[in-house]
Design a protein around this ligand. Structure first.
Ligand SMILES: [Zn+2]
Length: 423
């Protein structure tokens, strides 16, 4: 797709130029696109490495050009708390503390870390809320007016039944503005999440995340006709908030940035992370003597341990528990009891996750190799059949070859041609 000079070449859809490449000039201020011509653009990043592909997208009324580069990435240095002491290796407790973090996801405070820090995905600004409301209201009004006009035109016989009256220019402009507003909010959120995850992954060697169950969290409250749910509107609003904060996207970013910047990511089962005490590490249900007590998560914001009296913000408490779970799953801390408990909740250690990921990658590579081999075999077989046909076609009528079955003809050709055409 690209030549060595770094100029971008694209395969065109047009069959006549299929074999030729179209040259795209990635200039500083302009980009020369096939069939479109020179377009002004603003380039946000320097070009590094070899360009591989180019994608043009339309989002929120604006065009985006994204160029994929191939770059050599050195293996990251994973930050660990293991230090050599003579011949032995010891775990440095201070390093364990500094290099690890846990993140709790919530709706009120989006991400809370084990040090009490909070990251909120930016919401729409107050002015934008008003603007969105106005645009939506106006857009709805215009749509109603359009339908009214459409109805009238039909009644007068001016508009065939299978045709719609087009939107007015002002209606289209309003919808475009709405899309632009939504696009701006989305880009701002994504940018903030990118910065947050990069900073966290670069400065830590281990991050604990809840193995979020977004599907469960955002399950509809509507229920069924026989069994209607309660608080449907409130739950729908909550779902919008959860999805607006993009926990799944954030998690995906952490997983790939962890690999890139050298930070392990441990997935801690979300059950009970907000109910355990982060100080005494106990839950009343763990012991028969305290089983009758309620857990310490008193409200959305408050945690007070019924066993040791420790009180702190509930999200912060959960984040510390998630970090603790991550330490155990990563083997930075030995606590067989917690490890077994987490395992019962379906957790896997960081090493197991890594092994599974490697196995998956291996399987994928094997599948790809197999597919390539199958393709090569099919191609070779097709070539062989073609040769057989040519041979049979060329054979003089009295030679008797046409009477030979294709199978034995193939065998004969194989013998003649040897390994060269054998798949
Ligand atoms: Zn406690």
């Amino acid at each position: 797709m690209f030549d060595e000079s770094g100029d971008v070449k694209l395969d065109a859809d047009d069959k006549e130029v299929w074999k030729e490449h179209v040259l795209i000039d990635l200039g500083q201020d302009t980009i020369d696109l096939p069939k479109i011509g020179k377009v002004r653009w603003s380039r946000h990043r320097p070009m590094e490495g070899k360009p591989r592909s180019i994608t043009l997208t339309l989002e929120g009324g604006q065009y985006y050009v994204s160029v994929t580069y191939e770059v050599e990435v050195p293996d990251p240095v994973f930050l660990t708390p293991f230090v050599a002491e003579g011949d032995a290796i010891r775990v440095d407790a201070d390093l364990v503390h500094y290099l690890s973090d846990g993140l709790d996801f919530g709706v009120i405070r989006n991400w809370c870390d084990a040090r009490g820090g909070v990251f909120d995905v930016p919401e729409r600004r107050p002015g934008e809320d008003i603007r969105k409301l106005r645009l939506e209201r106006g857009s709805g009004r215009q749509e109603e007016a359009r339908k009214e006009r459409e109805k009238e035109a039909r009644e007068r016989g001016l508009l065939p039944a299978d045709q719609r009256l087009p939107q007015s220019k002002r209606q289209m402009r309003r919808r475009k503005n709405l899309a632009a507003l939504a696009g701006r909010v989305k880009r701002r959120n994504r940018d903030a999440i990118h910065k947050f995850t990069t900073k966290k992954a670069k400065s830590h060697g281990l991050i604990g995340l809840e193995g979020l169950r977004i599907k469960n969290m955002t399950a509809s409250a509507a229920g069924t006709a026989e069994d209607p749910g309660t608080n449907v509107a409130a739950k729908a609003a909550l779902n919008r908030e959860i999805l607006g904060a993009s926990p799944g996207f954030t998690k995906t970013l952490f997983r790939y940035k962890g690999d890139r910047f050298g930070c392990l990511v441990a997935l801690v089962p979300p059950a009970y992370t907000s109910q355990y005490c982060s100080k005494c590490r106990r839950h009343p249900k763990d012991d028969a003597a305290t089983r009758h007590l309620d857990h310490g998560r008193l409200s959305q914001a408050d945690f007070v341990c019924p066993l040791c009296g420790h009180a702190m913000n509930a999200d912060h408490n959960a984040a510390i528990n998630i970090r603790y779970g991550a330490l155990v799953l990563a083997g930075w801390l030995e606590d067989t009891e917690t490890l077994e408990r987490l395992r019962r909740l379906g957790a896997r250690t960081v090493a197991e996750e890594k092994a599974e990921k490697a196995e998956k990658a291996g399987k994928l590579a094997a599948r790809k190799a197999k597919a390539a081999a199958t393709k090569a075999t099919t191609l070779a077989r097709k070539r062989l059949e073609k040769k057989t046909r040519i041979l049979l076609g060329k054979a003089p009528e009295d030679s008797g070859i046409s009477a030979v079955s294709p199978r034995s003809a193939q065998a004969a050709i194989r013998e003649v041609e040897g390994a060269s055409i054998r798949p």
